[in-house]
Design a binder for this molecule. Structure first.
Ligand code: HEC
Ligand code: HEC
Ligand code: HEC
Ligand code: HEC
Ligand code: HEC
Ligand code: HEC
Ligand code: HEC
Ligand code: HEC
Length: 422
């Protein structure tokens, strides 16, 4: 071979090698930071097939803390006592991986979660006691009297099974009873194979369910000073910090998780999102919770990592004033509705007259929004999506009530427009 051809072959050959190295460098960290031999040891034969079958699952797992801690696919997927078997090649897997599989290694988190409103009360709101054992009902009632042993919400019954399954339960199945006797789903916040705390600390993750006019927490947060700063500065924050070591240096701006769950600067981490609350803000009329004092103390300990006590006290006093003012307005209209019912102008059934829907919007959308806005720094939500709407809807409700009284509940010419409006 003439020298020129050898030289050209050498140049082409080495360019290919350099190019290959550059491509390799550009691959995502997950592909190179876990060398294949160690990874194969940790996941065994599952990954051999699943690199072909469902490759993304293997990659998500590869990037997780579990993979680094040498947890295997089988550690989660094996069938435990009480779970249905799934014969899978040479393995016996759980037909459904549930919070029981997580609980085997994370008992504390499971126990805190199981006693929170994210567990049985969330399920009972939509399905009542369906599929719950007597023990589960008793367990849930111990922590949340009246919130588990109750009928399904009237709207769920009226809208029917298809709407419940993909609608209500799309959010409320965070607390579903599993066939193996365990409660709820851990993967709603952590996902199945990334099992990430960074993901769980993202406001957007909570906002999958905590959004919309009846619980606008995500919208309120995004409009608040906290949300604006977080969205601007998130790149510089360490969302993966170990919960037991999380400091305000990792996250100087709070997300939903910081206030409701995190153990900031030495505080206790909790999976019981009820612990730091002092009012039933979601209710028609918001009463204090049984743990009013401890709820406020625990939440305020978090605020105090970043704010002076004078500011926190003022903030709470102002928010509590909004709760009590909203309660006053709602009580007034609640009485009006009760009067119409006792005057025989409304049937005892819920949601069969237009005015009942308007009253529902009145407290469920606007009353709640005013209260949530006040506690989470959303001025626009206290005002234009809250108090202004309360005023408007109250006027409309009073006019509808007057029309009902005038006509004794029969249609009168012109009243149709009033109803169509809603
Ligand atoms: C011999 C190849 C092979 C091995 C080994 C293997 N799988 Fe699979 N697995 C498959 C195939 C093929 C599917 C079906 C994929 C589909 O439906 O698209 C599957 C499906 C699954 C499913 C979904 C089952 C369902 O019906 O819902 C799970 C979960 C699963 N595998 C987990 C595992 C785990 C965990 C291991 C190791 C303990 C493992 N697999 C080992 C090939 C394999
Ligand atoms: C931290 C626990 C955990 C680990 C580790 C884990 N899985 Fe899973 N996996 C789950 C859960 C939870 C589900 C969803 C529940 C179900 O469908 O049973 C799931 C579902 C799946 C599915 C069905 C997914 C779908 O959308 O159809 C496959 C396939 C699967 N896993 C394979 C694997 C493989 C392969 C590995 C290892 C690389 C692995 N899993 C490791 C918890 C885990
Ligand atoms: C076989 C035991 C085992 C099982 C089963 C298991 N985990 Fe883990 N998990 C671990 C270990 C070990 C770690 C790493 C702990 C550490 O680094 O301190 C971990 C870490 C985590 C973390 C923290 C991850 C991070 O980003 O720091 C989360 C969240 C988590 N697991 C959730 C789950 C969920 C959800 C399930 C069920 C779907 C589950 N785990 C099943 C053992 C397990
Ligand atoms: C899959 C849907 C879903 C996700 C994701 C979710 N939640 Fe919830 N959350 C609910 C439901 C449903 C309820 C209402 C439970 C009930 O019926 O009282 C609720 C209630 C709450 C409550 C009130 C508890 C009480 O005692 O009244 C807090 C606080 C809360 N969630 C915080 C969070 C935070 C913080 C996150 C994210 C880290 C989050 N949630 C993620 C569905 C979800
Ligand atoms: C987008 C997610 C989502 C959907 C869909 C959803 N909910 Fe909720 N629901 C929530 C969240 C989040 C809360 C907690 C609100 C709060 O505490 O501020 C909640 C609270 C409730 C409450 C008050 C708390 C309690 O336990 O009494 C009831 C009742 C309720 N939902 C019933 C339903 C019904 C019935 C449906 C379907 C007709 C439904 N929800 C659809 C997310 C959802
Ligand atoms: C409502 C969302 C949500 C649900 C549901 C949830 N987690 Fe978490 N989890 C979080 C958040 C947020 C953190 C990080 C807390 C922090 O910022 O310190 C966390 C942290 C963890 C950790 C790390 C704890 C530590 O101290 O190192 C584990 C393990 C864990 N979760 C397991 C689970 C298990 C098991 C379940 C189901 C029983 C579950 N999680 C359900 C949001 C959730
Ligand atoms: C700066 C701290 C902080 C942040 C950030 C925050 N919250 Fe809150 N949240 C509060 C306070 C304070 C309350 C009212 C507590 C009480 O009842 O005493 C509250 C109330 C709630 C409630 C009402 C429970 C009820 O009784 O109806 C839910 C649900 C909730 N927050 C979810 C979220 C979600 C989801 C996010 C993120 C999108 C979030 N929070 C962000 C501090 C915060
Ligand atoms: C991790 C730190 C952190 C936590 C926890 C925290 N905040 Fe903040 N907060 C901030 C930062 C940073 C700002 C923006 C201050 C500025 O404008 O520079 C802020 C702004 C505010 C503001 C608007 C500005 C002001 O001072 O009037 C209010 C109100 C507020 N926080 C209330 C609270 C309350 C109430 C809690 C607890 C429920 C809380 N914060 C928890 C960091 C935090």
């Amino acid at each position: 071979m003439p020298f020129r051809s050898i030289f050209i072959a050498f140049v082409i050959g080495s360019s290919l090698i350099v190019a290959a190295l550059m491509v390799n460098r550009a691959r995502p960290a997950g592909d190179t930071s876990h060398p294949l031999p160690a990874f194969t040891r940790a996941t065994g034969r599952c990954a051999q097939c699943h690199r072909e079958e469902t490759a993304a699952i293997v990659h998500q797992f590869e990037r997780s803390q579990h993979s680094q801690a040498n947890i295997t696919c089988y550690d989660c997927h094996q069938a435990l006592d009480g779970q249905d078997d799934l014969e899978h090649y040479t393995f016996v897997l759980a037909r459904e991986v549930t919070s029981l599989n997580c609980q085997a290694c994370h008992r504390t988190e499971y126990e805190q979660f199981a006693r929170s409103r994210h567990a049985l009360p969330a399920w009972a709101a939509v399905r009542g006691t369906a599929r719950l054992s007597a023990d589960q009902i008793a367990f849930g009632e111990r922590y949340h009297p009246g919130a588990v042993d109750r009928p399904p919400n009237a709207l769920a019954l009226l809208e029917g099974p298809a709407a419940i399954q993909t609608g209500c339960l799309g959010c409320h199945d965070i607390g579903r009873p599993n066939p193996d006797g365990s409660i709820g789903s851990c993967t709603e916040c952590h996902s199945r194979h990334s099992t990430s705390i960074a993901l769980a600390r993202e406001p957007q993750t909570c906002g999958q369910c905590h959004m919309g006019p009846d619980h606008a927490q995500l919208e309120i947060y995004n409009a608040s000073k906290h949300g604006v700063l977080f969205n601007a500065q998130r790149a510089s924050m360490n969302l993966s910090a170990d919960p037991k070591l999380l400091t305000t240096a990792d996250m100087p701006i709070p997300t939903c998780a910081t206030c409701h769950m995190s153990g900031l600067d030495g505080l206790k981490v909790t999976h019981d999102t009820t612990e730091r609350l002092s009012y039933f803000l979601f209710a028609e009329v918001s009463e204090q919770r049984p743990g009013y004092l401890s709820g406020q103390t625990e939440m305020q300990e978090t605020c105090l990592k970043c704010h002076a006590s004078s500011n926190v006290n003022r903030f709470y006093a102002e928010a509590e004033a909004v709760v009590s003012a909203t309660n006053d307005v709602v009580r007034e209209v609640e009485e009006l509705m009760a009067d119409l019912r006792s005057e025989g102008l409304l049937t005892p059934e819920p949601f069969d007259e237009a005015i009942e829907f308007l009253y529902f919007d009145f407290w469920h959308y606007f009353g709640r929004t005013a209260k949530h806005g006040a506690f989470m720094g959303g001025a626009d939500f206290v005002q234009w999506h809250g108090n202004y709407e309360l005023l408007l809807k109250r006027t409309e409700l009073e006019e509808m009530a007057a029309a009902l009284r005038r006509t004794g509940g029969r249609d009168e010419p012109g009243s149709a427009s009033l109803v169509e409006h809603f």
